[in-house]
Design a protein around this ligand. Structure first.
Ligand code: C2E
Ligand code: CA
Ligand code: CA
Length: 724
């Protein structure tokens, strides 16, 4: 029992002498196996092998052992042996490391292949944690996801832990080592939790009996996904060369997570609207489809709402696209506030939104939701630092067993269109007739497109404007007319809105203005005839340059004085809201044409802005004129308008005068000019020529101004008349 043997096994020579060698160095469990070598030794052969041996303190370690017989002095057979042992734990460890490395490479390659196949991330996580535990011979391992908002971790996968631990949340303070890693971006190795001074062992690691751990970061250092860790129940059990392997696993996972994120982003983008982040038409139809399918299994009431912002194009044209985009972004949350979280709000495109509501208790609740959607817009929306009142028209379609998602959306659209027609800012429930009306409208648009290429189909009718002082025709309003070859006359009430919605209004407006200017040259020489009035859509007004160019071109082409042309612009909320309305009106005014505020009394009816805007006259809407004879209140109102407008130095024109009584009443109220069926309906230009020639006596002689009697003798236009 040499000095070397003492160092290796811890027994002194005194302790060892006289004992059975196997009892001394062979661990209990290996003794039976060791006995198998006996015959070799007894046969006098040299035995070389690498058994595990244990020292005095119970430490087990591998040795290279050689047991050689000493040649017998008596020649009978060996009875003495020399045994030599060399500690080979270092070599074994190196071999294990090489083997682990090889296995590790294999595992990483197979994990990489799995990731490429694009299976679920969960599956990949399970594989990776399993591999880490296997290759690094750990007692348990886990992958935890870092949740920066909480902050803390969610256990995504674990092996060697109980199953209920998966998807558990752990607070950041509980696993300081992990939080530390996320911050320091360094791998962490804890050789012995009991000696560890940087962080405390968490209660769960303690409960699991973990004594040593290794952990690496998964994902970009800037936005890590989480941490992959292996744990051991013994101190110092972390294999020394484990980091490259764990890092490689973490890299495969990080790549897979990244590509999944990219795919999800692409998928998300293809189903959502970039501006508002809301589901798009595709996703919406998909959701409606699923809802209808569910509906067939468990019948319940579902509704689709089609929402269209009123006058959105005008906002866009007048305030710019950025303000338009901003408006769209701002209305989304408004609508969301009106519905339940389980309902779907989508942006279909442009200024169109849609809502899907399921499990409605009744039809009434659908209309209640429509009301909520409308009221969600009541608060003004701030754009470019100014308040804007926005409204929306809503169409509702209720799901039926036969309907498809596309049908439902189309029906809701049709109902929305009806809501628009009925005066905007309101809702309508779909019924079958609506569809027919929508189809007509689509037909009208394409027919109008054709008609605009044809001189015959679209023409202009003129309705005289009569002075209530002189009783003479002092002007005419040019009104667009459309005679369709099959459908006959189509009312401007029908085709003007279609032209406005489709953008055809620009071409139509230009044709009417050119033609009216050309045809009006016939009346230019009449001393009392002050000019013609042409209607201009607000849609033309929001493109002031185009409109100004048109006006200049028309004046030059027909050689009419600019003051001979009046542009009638409908009074509406928008005039006041349009930031550029004033500029547009000023620039038209600068051209020398006259401006008329049309349909006064139907829109905002505020006289306050009238003072600022360069209108030359105001036309009181026929809805106000209709009752002036029967209802004293109506007359009071009209009287007030007349006085105010005249006080501002502008003329008043009464529209829709149908009876002599109305004409006389207006005359008494001091109204300047009247227009209406009582005098004449809109007519062809040569008929107006004839009418001007033999001036009828529309007003009773007693009421007629003496000037009228001398009309034909008057050499030049009076100031009063040329003011029209
Ligand atoms: P508006 O500018 O208010 O034109 C007056 C409308 O009242 C005309 O209808 C005219 O025929 C009608 N009217 C005239 N006198 C009476 C009356 O005594 N009683 C009744 N009940 N109605 C009377 P019309 O021609 O059908 O035009 C309807 C609207 O279409 C016009 O209303 C105008 O807003 C628009 N419009 C017509 N032509 C054009 C155009 O060339 N361009 C644009 N932008 N709009 C046009
Ligand atoms: Ca008009
Ligand atoms: Ca009018």
């Amino acid at each position: 029992w040499s000095e070397g043997a003492r160092r290796l096994y811890g027994y002194t020579a005194e302790e060892a002498m006289g004992r059975v060698l196997m009892d001394l160095v062979t661990p209990e469990e290996n003794r039976e196996a060791a006995l198998r070598h006996r015959p070799t030794v007894l046969a006098g052969l040299t035995l070389e092998y690498e058994p595990d041996t244990c020292d005095k303190h119970g430490r087990v370690f591998p040795v290279y052992a050689r047991i050689r017989p000493v040649p017998p002095s008596d020649g009978i057979g060996p009875n003495m042996y020399v045994a030599v042992a060399v500690d080979i734990s270092a070599r074994r460890e190196a071999e294990a490391a090489i083997r682990r490395h090889g296995e590790g490479q294999e595992e990483i390659a197979s994990l990489g292949r799995l990731a490429l196949r694009g299976g679920s991330l969960e599956g990949l996580f399970d594989q990776a944690v399993g591999m880490a535990s296997r290759v690094l011979s750990s007692d348990c391992a886990d992958l935890v996801e870092w949740c920066p908002d909480a902050p803390g971790f969610i256990i995504r996968t674990a092996v060697g832990w109980s199953d209920e631990r998966i998807h558990q949340r752990i607070a950041g303070e509980e696993r300081l080592a992990l939080s530390y890693m996320v911050r320091s971006r360094e791998p962490v190795i804890v050789e012995d939790w009991e000696q560890e001074r940087r962080f405390e062992r968490s209660s769960e690691l303690l409960a699991r009996g973990v004594r040593s751990s290794v952990a690496v970061l998964v994902g970009d250092v800037d936005s890590p996904f989480g941490v992959l860790a292996a744990h051991y129940e013994h101190p110092g059990a972390v294999p020394p060369d484990c980091l490259p392997f764990l890092d490689a696993l973490a890299n495969v996972l990080a790549d897979a997570i990244r590509s999944r994120d990219v795919q999800e982003q692409i998928r998300h983008d293809s189903l959502h609207d970039g501006l508002t982040g809301l589901p798009n038409r595709t996703l919406f139809l998909d959701r409606v489809g699923h809802a209808l399918a569910r509906n067939n299994r468990h019948p319940q009431l579902l509704a689709v709402f089609f929402i269209d912002l009123d006058h959105f194009k005008l906002v866009n044209d007048s305030l710019g696209h950025e303000a338009g985009d901003e408006l769209l972004r701002l209305v989304g949350p408004r609508f969301e506030s009106a519905i339940r979280p389980s309902d779907t709000l989508a942006r279909l495109g442009g200024d169109e939104f849609a809502v899907l509501c399921e499990q409605l208790p009744s039809e009434v609740s659908a209309t209640r939701i429509a009301n909520q959607l409308t009221s969600a817009l009541e608060e003004p929306i701030v754009l470019n630092g100014r308040d804007h009142v926005v409204s929306a028209s809503i169409g509702i379609a209720l799901g039926t067993p036969e309907s498809s998602a596309a049908d439902l959306l189309r029906d809701a659209d049709a109902a929305m269109y009806n809501a628009k027609q009925a005066g905007r800012g309101r809702y309508e429930l779909f019924d079958k007739e609506m569809l027919a009306r929508v189809l007509t409208r689509v037909r009208t648009e394409s027919a109008l497109r054709t008609a605009l290429a044809d001189e015959e189909e679209i023409y202009v009718a003129y309705q005289p404007l009569v002075s209530l002082r002189s009783g003479e025709v002092v002007g005419a309003e040019a009104l667009a007319r459309w005679r369709h070859p099959d459908r006959g006359a189509i009312s401007p009430m029908e085709f003007i809105p279609v032209a406005e919605d489709s953008g055809l209004i620009h071409e139509l407006g230009a044709q009417v203005m050119r033609r009216a200017a050309r045809e009006s040259t016939a009346w230019q020489d009449d001393p009392d005839f002050a000019g013609i009035a042409v209607n201009v859509s607000v849609r033309q007004l929001v493109q002031p340059d185009e409109l100004a160019t048109l006006v200049r071109e028309v004046i030059a082409a027909e050689g009419i004085p600019p003051g001979f042309l009046t542009l009638e612009i409908t009074e509406s909320v928008l005039i006041e809201q349009l930031d550029d309305a004033r500029d547009a009106l000023e620039s038209l005014n600068d051209l020398g044409v006259r401006l008329s505020l049309d349909d006064f009394g139907t829109g905002f009816s505020s006289l306050s802005y009238l003072a600022d805007l360069p209108f030359d006259n105001v036309k009181i809407d026929l809805s106000l004129i209709r009752n002036i004879v029967d209802r004293p209140q109506a007359a009071v109102l009209v009287a007030a308008i007349i006085d105010t407008v005249q006080a501002l130095g502008k003329q008043v024109i009464a529209e829709g005068v149908e009876t002599l009584e109305q004409a006389t009443r207006l005359q008494e109220l001091g109204c300047d000019i009247a227009q209406g069926y009582y005098f004449a309906k809109p007519m062809a230009p040569d008929m107006l020529t004839a009418l001007i020639q033999d001036q009828p006596s529309w007003l009773p002689p007693s009421k007629r101004s003496p000037v009228t009697a001398r009309r034909r003798q008057r050499p030049a236009r009076t100031n009063r008349v040329t003011q029209l």
